[in-house]
Design a protein around this ligand. Structure first.
Ligand SMILES: CC(C)(COP(=O)(O)OP(=O)(O)OC[C@H]1O[C@@H](n2cnc3c(N)ncnc32)[C@H](O)[C@@H]1OP(=O)(O)O)[C@@H](O)C(=O)NCCC(=O)NCCS
Length: 186
């Protein structure tokens, strides 16, 4: 089954394709993105873009992860701004993990919330999930704001729980239960 495309008022969420490499290298070569994510290195050049995209198709087809390119829809420009993902390795137990990042020129315009909400809706409405989980570095409260706006609840804070390069990062862990989603959306 081909990866679903998700649409919102301003956005088109679609699979990455090789032609995205130059735009991906441009948007991801941003210390503001690399600083608070694990999977984006810095600097991030064209080779890094191809390497980053290489496993995505297989990951979708084997049920490990769905990764969408977050783009402005055609009414605007189709511009690639970042990504949103659902890690679904535990989907058979009803659980997945949400991830996202946007290039810094696109922050604080509601785009992360809009993109992540589409992925959350897809997860609960189409995948039969019962719980989404997510985390962010404690020093990255912007990501916490996105999660709280979506309906996630903070569960706990854990010190030195994620390795990023040579550093251990403190994190805040959240989840979003299907019952809370249904109550919020009825
Ligand atoms: C975290 C991130 C995704 C937020 O994206 P965004 O598009 O700016 O988020 P939104 O515009 O949807 O904002 C959601 C809420 O967060 C708040 N917010 C955004 N940036 C913020 C900041 N730097 N500090 C505090 N709050 C912030 C917004 O004000 C908004 O709340 P409001 O509607 O009540 O005002 C973006 O900053 C990013 O990609 N950062 C780098 C990578 C990253 O950290 N990814 C997440 C890893 S867990």
């Amino acid at each position: 089954m081909s990866q679903p495309i998700l649409t919102t008022e301003r956005l088109l969420l679609r699979p990455f394709c090789p032609e995205d490499a130059p735009a991906l290298a441009l948007v991801a070569n941003d210390f503001g993105v690399a600083d608070t994510t694990v999977a984006v290195k810095h600097p991030f050049d064209l080779t890094a873009a191809y390497e980053w995209m290489a496993p995505l198709k297989d990951a979708y087809e084997t049920g490990i992860r769905t990764t969408w390119a977050v783009t402005l829809n055609q009414e605007y420009s189709g511009l690639l701004m970042g990504m949103v993902s659902l890690s679904t390795e535990e989907a058979d137990q009803g659980v997945a993990e949400l991830g996202y990042w946007l290039g810094s020129p696109y922050w604080r315009q509601g785009f992360a919330t809009e993109a992540a909400r589409a992925a959350v809706t897809y997860a609960f409405e189409n995948l039969g999930l019962i719980r989404l989980q997510a985390y962010h570095f404690t020093r990255n409260p912007a990501s916490g704001s996105v999660l709280l706006k979506l309906g996630f609840k903070e569960l706990c804070q854990r010190p030195q729980a994620v390795r990023k390069g040579n550093t251990l990062e403190d994190i805040v862990i959240y989840d979003y239960l299907i019952g809370d989603y249904q109550a919020k959306n009825k």
